[in-house]
Design a protein around this ligand. Sequence first.
Ligand code: GLN
Length: 194
Amino acid sequence: VNLGVLALQGAVREHLKMIESLGHHGLIIKKPEELSDVDGLILPGGESTTMGKLLNKYNFLPALNKFHQQKKPIFGTCAGLILLAKEINNSESVHLAFMDIKVERNAFGRQRESFEADLDILGFSSKFRAVFIRAPYIMEVGKGVDILSKFADKIVLAKEGHLLASAFHPELTEDTRVHQIFIEMVENRLKQLA
Ligand code: GLN
């Protein structure tokens, strides 16, 4: 399948490498019109406020809204999760507001700015080593949202229909299983259309 990685800012290259290592095509997305070339999109980690501003500046919102309405899968990692959220704690503004989750930014505090943890993820037969970098977490989910993993009682991986969101950076280890969840979502949608 063809997967795009939004490349306005942030951790783009590692996602592309992982997509290619799984035998799929990874495309760098720098312009809204490039979204029509891909069947799924990754919103990478980085800085959500900056990325949100760049989305506006480069007029991405109409094309992203269409992508979402077509139920093309979108995977937000870390800052990308914040972009997807309908609600951000202590903040008036939201970005894409596609996913029925309430999030808190920089949620693990100063002592734990960056850390790794072994997660239990629904459907995985062994732990997943996850890298957290000034990570957000999901405080609340709507009833259409499936919780796939928690760490220290905080939700760190969730899925709502064609949307997937992780608080951690699954592109920073060799373990491809979280990306495989996303690729399956993309493949399943294409099968349903065929
Ligand atoms: N703390 C960042 C933010 O709020 C996210 C960090 C990350 O993507 N690694 O945007």
